[in-house]
Design a protein around this ligand. Sequence first.
Ligand code: FAD
Length: 309
Amino acid sequence: MHIHDLLAGEEPKFSFEFFPPKTEAGTQALFASISELQSCLPSFVSVTYGAGGSTRSQTHDLVARLRKETGLNPVPHLTCIGHTEREVSQILERYTAAGVGNILALRGDAPAGAMNYEHRNDAFPHAADLVKFIRRFGERHGHSDPRGFGIGVAAFPEGHPATPNRFLEMDHLKAKIDAGADYICTQMFFDNRDFYDFKARCELAGIHVPIIAGIMPVSSVSGLHRMAGLAGGCRFPAKLLKALQRAGDDPDRVRRIGIHYATEQCSDLLQHGVRNLHLYTLNQSAASREILLNLGVIHRDGTHCRMTA
Ligand code: FAD
């Protein structure tokens, strides 16, 4: 089922992001987290694609396993970087065969160390080119859904650092929707005003697909510093930094602050009518479960309670 269809209706929807683990122990830990999160009834779970396509087969294998062994609806991320049309076709054929219904289409981060990566030399220089290709592929290749794959794209409420011109950036986002994308998932943000303003700018630009808000509960101060260095890195409000400063180097207090802050963010978003929230889990279940428990979405035993908007 397309994510766009799953997000219809007034009830708030939650989803989770995972990354493919590099080790067997990591895989076991991830599946333990997944079994904890399954009862929260996420509308979908997404699986990242390593920078430069470095987790190509791991992403596929994890998605195929989730399809086969769980009742979850997995959405693989797929990036343009370094891929030929033939390679992307092969990947899409495998996802079609595995019964995968949706893809998050991205340009992708350059491989580690490739600071001056030339995207224009790729078969798909921008995510919009990949969206167009996936849309045409699905229509031609007997996908179980006659519309082909549901296609999501990324957006950056605070702006992508590679495009300082925010008018052009909205044009590029609109180009992805016009190419066939049917929902947007945002980069994490820590000040909801950035999201509300972004949503209003989407409306002005004629973008009317569902927008899923990306929320990352802070789990450690070192993690926060790592995030700050990533492409598309975001702003950390003083309110959050002051709370973390009070926690000092006590990891449990930092974790509790992260959960509290993310709960407040989600609660405010829900009150403002934002119905689709995507939690970046870092393959852990505890923080996401606590946030959903605080919001009244799940019971203490992890089972889902119905919620109205
Ligand atoms: P695009 O939409 O192609 O935009 C990239 C840049 O090019 C932007 O600055 C845009 O304004 C500009 N641009 C777009 N079209 C044009 C044009 N026609 N002419 C000139 N400039 C243009 N990365 C990974 O490697 N793996 C992942 O799994 C992954 N998952 C992500 C999930 C989410 C929800 C988000 C928000 C990001 C994710 N990323 C991932 C990071 C993302 O791939 C990078 O931030 C990348 O730099 C931007 O990707 P995009 O899909 O928005 O690219």
